[in-house]
Design a protein around this ligand. Structure first.
Ligand code: FAD
Ligand code: DHB
Length: 389
């Protein structure tokens, strides 16, 4: 088989890139390890920056999001009973969209089906060959048979555990990493959200986040030790812990119920530089991971696609390589700023095992400062709604 851009990974970054390239008449083949049902069952991000919303419009996949997504003009940060509202609308003139990653991915699959794009699921043993030559190709196994896909470019959109990043020789790249000593236990429940806006809660019992997917579907997270397993967390234990972290007026009126999904995710900050090796480009989680506290993971994957897709169109259609030659530098500038914000939000809101008494005071004082300084709130809002591309 032959195509212009081989895309490894059919998560949000691979599908969005494929959709934008197909719309411009550039041929793609998406190779995805999992089944479509499996990809759509992974509950992950929930907050879309204005830039992400714009990109989904550009890709022609925004109709359902515009109807069903929840536009949020602000969010809260809390410290025990102190609640600080960050008014995005007033401070930055814009809003964010609460719309789940599973819905974004589902909309992209439907759009790709509608334009007859090629997405091959349940493939195994992807190997990227000759990425540093003018004639790269990808080999993979599907239904027991080994196949070859020749292409002009390869987009590595296969997440943190994919093969694309590892294809780049270790002496050609540099990794930067911080692993946090805790994870997030996430729960989805068919209950009314605890509050009409998201609450990022610091408390003497640790961090919690109250989020949502709709007026009847809630998404919550609490900070847990990395050694914990989902089996150790009954629904009852989860609700008790969550309530002990949220402001008491919110906890008092909160609706609880049976969980419909429960999972634990570790927290890490990670960047692999550069994002390009020859004709291979890394996109999204394949190149970088942020702790979820700033809601940046999915949004960064979309901003990488923003920098790459027009560059690939120019290279394929006009032989103009100026865009692909600067992709890595342009994308990394924004990636590092989101890294900084996510690290800062994580440090400001979580308890670290073995920390000294000073650390908790620093968190309290940061929240106090936010409550009193519009400048501090504006800085947070500007980063949260997404820095300009
Ligand atoms: P992915 O979504 O990881 O997609 C990569 C795709 O490639 C997958 O479908 C995978 O099956 C496929 N793949 C992997 N290896 C191969 C291979 N060898 N061959 C072919 N295909 C392959 N962000 C937030 O903002 N908020 C959150 O609450 C949040 N929670 C998260 C929870 C978890 C458990 C994880 C892992 C991430 C979470 N994130 C969250 C981050 C966010 O979901 C990601 O940043 C986003 O999914 C990145 O999209 P992507 O397309 O780059 O990568
Ligand atoms: C959600 C997840 C996040 O990491 C975040 O910062 C905000 C919302 C969510 O799943 O709804």
């Amino acid at each position: 088989m032959k195509t212009e851009v081989a895309i490894i990974g059919g998560g949000p970054s691979g599908l969005l890139l494929s959709q934008l390239l197909n719309k411009a008449g550039v041929a793609t083949v998406v190779l995805e390890r999992a089944s479509r049902d499996h990809v759509l069952s992974r509950i992950r991000a929930g907050v879309l920056e204005a830039g992400t919303v714009q990109m989904l419009h550009e890709a022609g996949v925004a109709d359902r999001m515009d109807k069903e997504g929840l536009r949020h003009e602000g969010c809260y940060l809390s410290d025990d009973d102190l609640m600080v509202r960050i008014n995005f609308k007033e401070l930055t003139g814009t809003t964010v969209m609460v719309y789940g990653q599973t819905e974004v991915t589902s909309d992209l699959y439907h759009a790709q089906d509608a334009i007859g794009a090629t997405i091959i699921h349940c493939i195994e043993d992807v190997v990227i060959h000759d990425a540093d030559s003018d004639a790269p190709y990808v080999e993979y196994t599907v239904d027991g048979a080994r196949r070859r896909l020749d292409c002009a470019y390869v987009a590595g959109c296969d997440g943190f555990h994919g093969v694309s990043r590892k294809t780049i020789p270790t002496d050609k790249r540099r990794e930067f990493e911080r692993v946090y000593p805790f994870g997030w236990l996430g729960v989805l429940s068919r209950t009314r959200p605890a509050h009409e806006e998201l609450i990022y809660a610091n408390s003497s019992n640790g961090f919690a986040l109250a989020s949502m997917r709709s007026e009847t579907l809630s998404r919550y997270y609490v900070q847990v030790p990395l050694t914990d397993t989902v089996e150790e967390w009954s629904d009852e234990r989860f609700w008790t812990t969550l309530k002990s972290c949220l402001p008491s007026e919110v906890a008092a009126t909160m609706q609880t119920g049976q969980s419909i999904e429960k999972s634990i995710a570790p927290l890490r900050s990670f960047v692999s530089e550069p994002l390009r090796w020859g004709r291979l480009f890394l996109v999204g989680d394949a190149a970088h991971i942020v702790p979820p506290t700033g809601a940046k993971g999915l949004n960064l994957a979309v901003s990488d696609v923003h920098y790459l897709y027009q560059a690939l169109i120019d290279a394929v259609k006009k032989g103009d390589t100026a865009g692909i030659d600067t992709y890595s530098e342009r994308a990394l500038l924004r990636i590092w700023k989101a890294m900084r914000f996510s690290w800062q939000m994580t440090t400001m809101l979580h308890q670290f095992d073995g920390e000294d008494s000073f650390a908790a005071q620093m968190r309290k004082s940061t929240l106090q400062h936010l409550s009193q300084s519009e400048t501090a709130r504006r800085d947070l809002a500007e980063n949260y709604i997404g820095l300009p591309y």
